[in-house]
Structure formats: C-alpha cells, structure tokens
Design a binder for this molecule. Structure first.
Ligand SMILES: *Cc1c(COP(=O)(O)O)cnc(C)c1O
Length: 238
C-alpha cells in the first residue's frame, strides 16, 4: 500500500506541474476513482490525505462506504445511472457526475434527504456523439441544464465528459476544448457553473490545459483494475 501514497504524491506533483505550465486559473480537485479497488486501497489513499473518491457501481460503493464510516470522505458517483438506483445514490453521495436525462435528475432531487445539503450535479456530455456512449448531446444540453437548475434539491455545478480515448496530446486538447466551449456556452446563458470534470489517468494534463477543475484518476493512483467487479456485475461502466 506504500505504492498508493507514492502514486498519489507523483500525481499531485504532475497536477501542480500542469497547472503551472498552463497557468490554470482555478484550483484542480483530484477525485480518486476507486471502482474495482478494495476498501484497504481507499484507506491507504485516505491515510495519504486523499478525501475525494469516485465510484461507478452502486452496490460496490455502498459496501465500501459502510466499511469506511469513520473516514470524512466526499463520495462522487461517476457511473451510469439506472432509475431504480436513484434513491440510494441521492442518499449516499455528495456529487453525481453522470446525469444525462431530466427524469434521472428529478428522481435524484425528489430522493435527496432534507437533512443533507443539495446534491451536487454535473451533466455528462457526449462530445464524440457515439451512440453507445452515455451523455447528453451538445444540442440538448442547454435546455436540460436550465431544467435541472430549477430542481430544488440539486445544485447544478458543471459538466463531465469522457472523450474517446486517444494518446495524442493535441487531439486530447481538441476534445476537451469542445467540452469547455459547451461549459462557457451554458454560463453565457444564465447558468453559473464552476466545475469542469474532465481528465483521467491518460489525459489529465490536456484536460488541465483546457480548464479542468476536477480530474478523475483511477489507474495512475491504484494501478490496473481487475476486469470484473464481483459485487455489482450488471452495471459495467467504462
Ligand atoms: C474509470 C473511470 C475513471 C478513471 O479512469 P482511469 O483511466 O483509471 O484514470 C474516470 N472517470 C470515469 C467516469 C470512469 O468510469
């Protein structure tokens, strides 16, 4: 588990370097993506000062959350959302990054307990327009955002995207630039979004170059994931 604290230190340094190099205007939050990783790995990262974690599979996340009850962790749900999971997601997470339909947002708002702060929401946008991928299209985004912004128990914070994987830095930037353009478009139309959730292990520097305020990094912190998650095998994410 010392590897995890070493990896975290290295990622923090790389994030700082990218922020300096691209003169980032906003601080960048590191969300450690712990899907398919054991509870002990999260504990090791937490001991090394990491407090923001992202999970993709609800049942797996709930199991780990129960085991980490003593830790002050901000939990981000970043996986595909089925409508029958909205009750539990609204109760057990601080953020949801993967909202792409009004119906899901309404259910999350309805289910958010009054005792908790409004649930922070990022809309997932599909810039590569691949039919197989989740995410709202650029055209439907403004109307969706304006509607979700009205929901009482949600706080619409920004956009999330998972561009098609590519290893070329300029191409990575091109894709993230499109997300940033949509983000600015929304803010020019009456919204005040502050979160651009872009960048993963293979492309976070390009995301920071394009204004990421939150990066979601798994593999570079925890190492490779096992290919299947035993606790929640029906909902496979990216
Ligand atoms: C798995 C996942 C990540 C982390 O990906 P890595 O390449 O392991 O850093 C980030 N965001 C989402 C939505 C994911 O599903």
């Amino acid at each position: 588990m010392t590897a995890i604290s070493d990896h975290l230190a290295s990622i923090r340094q790389q994030l700082a370097d990218a922020q300096a190099r691209f003169q980032a205007a906003q601080p960048v939050t590191l969300c450690a993506v712990s899907k398919a990783q054991p509870t002990e790995a999260i504990r090791a990262a937490y001991a090394a000062g990491q407090t923001v974690f992202g999970e993709n599979y609800l049942q797996e996340a709930l199991t780990k959350q129960a085991q980490l009850d003593d830790c002050a962790i901000a939990w981000h749900f970043i996986g595909p959302i089925q409508s029958n999971k909205t009750q539990l997601i609204a109760r057990h997470f601080d953020w949801v990054h993967s909202v792409d339909r009004l119906k899901i947002a309404q259910r999350l708002s309805d289910a958010r307990p009054p005792a908790l702060a409004p649930l922070n929401i990022c809309l997932q946008v599909n810039i590569s327009e691949e039919a197989s991928k989740s995410g709202a299209s650029g055209q439907e985004l403004l109307e969706l955002a304006l509607n979700i912004n009205q929901l009482p128990r949600l706080q619409l914070r920004g956009l999330m995207a998972i561009p098609a994987p590519c290893s070329d830095f300029a191409q990575q930037r091109d894709q993230f630039r499109q997300v940033r353009a949509l983000f600015e478009h929304l803010n020019n139309h009456g919204l005040s979004l502050d979160t651009l959730s872009i960048g993963m292990s293979g492309d976070f520097a390009a995301a920071i170059a394009e204004g990421a305020t939150l990066v979601r990094i798994g593999t570079a912190i925890f190492g490779a994931r096992a290919t299947s998650s035993s606790t929640d095998s029906v909902t496979k994410g990216p």
